[in-house]
Write a protein that binds this ligand. Structure first.
Ligand code: GLA
Length: 380
């Protein structure tokens, strides 16, 4: 990938890149909508990601290119960056990162050319946006001779997504891409936030089934869930739902409207499931981990209502199949992808069987991606 990127950069800009950075996509392992509620979450950085190559130019222009399209998006480094819409709107991720440099005490780089390459499908629920943010941030820092602690880099990228791109996400995607480690899961306590890794038993395998469906109102629905959770916390008299135990929530049931109670129950139970998953991983009990994953999905389906018939169908098929420990929607929901945790005996033939059943029901097959864990964002 690095050689291909260097070659493509040369062809586009007539010189070699000075810096290359790569950041991985992520699987949300368990901890659904817990991050912005101050809870804990487990994610896996995977072996696919986004690559950014860059080299300085003397005229103060920032020029962004991607392999996916022939044109360039050109922005003056002297003006304050403005959001783009339409086909060039992908630059909002690197541009949002740049806009976050000054508030994070970093100097803006001078002019540069940059080229983005990816082997991570976008819109698959694998967080290509966070990967693009992290890879861009590392490349722009190196280009301007600066460095930043990893935790603040991750916060800077989330800031870009919240404030420039305009998505009110938590720290999960950027945290996992930034702190990922091969053969490990990233454990985030979102209150700090603080980041740690948990070893993944060697027999664990991941499969991702991307439905290519996306609710038309996905951004609005994510924001609505965010609001419902904050409203439930306010009514319970806490700053964040993570401060509520399952027992305290049960006792307060009558004081909450039914919808807010269900949202809160998902979050509170999900945090308990994250902790139980860490214990089961440490005990090497993948069957127990799988049961927790599937319980997480059922809670999404019935309590948080961020699943869809397509995602439910895949989970039902997967949990009925041999060699599958458990399955759940991964990421924000309302479409996107399902991840399954399997034994090594679950192979392409079994995955194809699930895909065929899905196609018979919904008219088109899901994209099937066997995924492995991989290392977090780094200069190459
Ligand atoms: C999206 C967001 C994350 C997190 C998940 C749901 O992936 O970007 O911050 O909230 O949804 O757990």
């Amino acid at each position: 990938m690095k050689a291909a990127l260097t070659e493509k950069f040369l062809a586009r800009f007539g010189r070699a890149p000075a810096v290359i950075a790569r950041a991985p996509g992520r699987i949300e392992f368990i901890g659904n909508h817990t991050d912005y509620n101050g809870g804990t979450v487990l994610g896996a950085s995977i072996d696919r990601g986004v690559w950014v190559a860059a080299a300085a130019r003397g005229d103060g222009q920032w020029r962004f290119a991607t392999e996916a399209s022939a044109g360039l998006v050109e922005v003056s480094s002297a003006a304050s960056p403005a959001r783009h819409s339409g086909p060039g709107s992908w630059v909002n991720y690197p541009l949002g990162v740049l806009a976050a440099f000054p508030p994070f005490g970093l100097r803006l780089p001078g002019g540069f050319d940059c080229l983005v390459l990816s082997d991570l499908p976008s819109g698959a629920g694998l967080s290509s946006s966070a990967a693009l943010e992290l890879a861009s941030a590392l490349a722009f820092l190196a280009l301007s001779g600066q460095d930043a602690p990893r935790a603040s880099l991750v916060q800077l990228c989330r800031h870009a997504e919240n404030n420039f791109v305009g998505v009110p996400c938590g720290i999960l995607d950027q945290g996992v891409s930034g702190f990922g480690r091969r053969d490990h899961l990233v454990y985030i306590d979102c209150r700090g936030p603080s980041f740690a890794t948990v070893p993944l038993p060697a027999a664990a395998r991941f499969w991702v089934f991307n439905t290519h469906t996306k609710h038309a109102l996905v951004d609005g629905l994510y924001a609505a869930r965010h609001r419902e959770c904050l409203a439930a916390a306010a009514q319970l008299g806490v700053a964040a739902l993570a401060a509520v135990t399952p027992a305290a929530l049960a006792a307060a049931r009558a004081s909450l409207p039914p919808v807010e109670f269900r949202r809160a129950q998902h979050v509170v139970d999900e945090i308990a499931r994250v902790e139980a998953t860490v214990a089961a991983l440490r005990a090497g009990d993948l069957a127990a981990v799988g049961r927790l994953l599937t319980a997480s999905h059922r809670s999404s389906q019935h309590q948080f209502e961020n699943s869809t018939p397509e995602l439910d169908f895949l989970v039902d098929q997967l949990v009925a199949a041999p060699h599958v420990h458990g399955a759940r929607l991964t990421g924000g929901g309302f479409g996107g992808a399902v991840m399954a945790l399997t034994t090594p005996d679950f192979g392409a033939a079994q995955a194809a069987g699930v895909a065929a059943a899905y196609a018979a029901n919904f008219g088109r097959p899901p994209e099937v991606l066997p995924a492995q864990t991989g290392d977090g964002a780094a200069l190459q």
